[in-house]
Design a binder for this molecule. Structure first.
Ligand code: UTP
Length: 291
């Protein structure tokens, strides 16, 4: 049994890269085919063995909480019409996990959002999953890969992936020493560096397992020029004080906060679904022939 029982999912950002869709609806509720992105993330956490999910939400994001609750009218109507299977799809989402939500009153950055979860997480190690990074892993969920590393090494860890130079400035980039293939001891993390200042090409895509000392570090972090408290600054303090590991996870990651990343994820998820795979291939062929 893993020591990690809780996962924090920050979902309080403004989602400005996806306007106008995010004007009146949370980015996290945008579906990949028929499943809101946040449900895909919650499913990854639950499949990894997480028991309690701490959602960090904000004003106008009530639909996220409602999604993980029962929808009495919908379910009762479906049952009355004999559509038991559909009613069950709706109900099953409410049974996924123990979901607790906390508020981030102002979008003051990812580090600040994680700090809002402290009263629920308490003095336990915990996972963090970002809502707009979807990962398809063939064998083991990306979060579970980090949880196993934590259980073995007892140190906080982040998932990393190698990115091309042109994408370096979009991520937190690690500096570190490689202990064996795919594993690093992190010495520094630089948030969105220029290529010339990047210590490596290893980027953090949005999966973490952290010890509770991160909260004390985040409380010391001063807001950057954008006024945001960066999780990266807390990770640097973790690396310097308690140690931080990085691991290249098995899996393909999709940045669904980005328009092209969203199309990529939609196609990949469609091709993985037996009910959609064949027709999706036909559609893709049709468009390829036309262009
Ligand atoms: P992003 O920077 O990708 O999300 O943060 P954003 O701020 O919503 O999007 P853009 O850049 O304006 O388009 C990664 C995750 O952290 C959460 C977001 O909801 C997202 O899931 N986040 C970000 C918070 O919870 N609070 C914040 O203050 C900032």
């Amino acid at each position: 049994m893993s020591k990690i029982k809780k996962a924090v999912i920050p979902a309080a950002g403004l989602g400005t890269r996806f306007l106008p869709a995010t004007k009146a609806m949370p980015k996290e509720m945008i579906p990949i085919i028929d499943t809101p992105m946040i449900q895909v993330i919650v499913e990854e956490a639950v499949r990894s063995g997480i028991e309690t999910i701490v959602l960090v939400t904000a004003r106008h994001k009530e639909s996220i909480e409602n999604h993980f609750d029962y929808s009495y009218e919908v379910e009762k109507t479906l049952e009355e019409k004999g559509k038991k299977e559909l009613a069950e799809i709706s109900k099953s989402v409410a049974r996924f996990a123990n979901i607790i939500s906390v508020r981030q009153k102002n979008p003051m950055g990812l580090g600040h959002a994680v700090l809002m979860a402290e009263p629920v997480v308490g003095n336990e190690p915990f996972a963090v999953l970002l809502g707009d990074d979807l990962i398809i892993s063939e064998k083991k969920q990306a979060t579970k890969q980090l949880m196993d590393l934590f259980d073995e090494m007892g140190k906080s860890c982040v998932a990393v992936m190698e990115v091309p130079e042109k994408e370096i400035s979009k991520y937190g980039i690690i500096a570190g020493t490689k202990s064996k293939e795919g594993f690093w001891t992190v010495t520094d993390v630089v948030e969105k560096p220029k290529v010339s200042q990047a210590p490596s090409r290893m980027a953090i895509p949005g999966r973490y397992v952290l010890i509770p000392e991160i909260f004390d570090h985040l409380k010391k972090v001063k807001p950057g020029t954008s006024g945001e408290i960066q999780l990266t600054d807390g990770l640097v303090l973790l690396a310097q004080n308690q140690g931080l590991l990085a691991h290249t996870f098995e899996g393909i990651r999709y940045d669904t906060g980005d328009r092209l990343g969203y199309i990529d994820a939609t196609l990949a998820f469609a091709l993985k679904r037996p009910d959609l795979r064949e027709d999706t291939i036909l559609l893709m062929k049709k468009y390829l022939e036309k262009n």
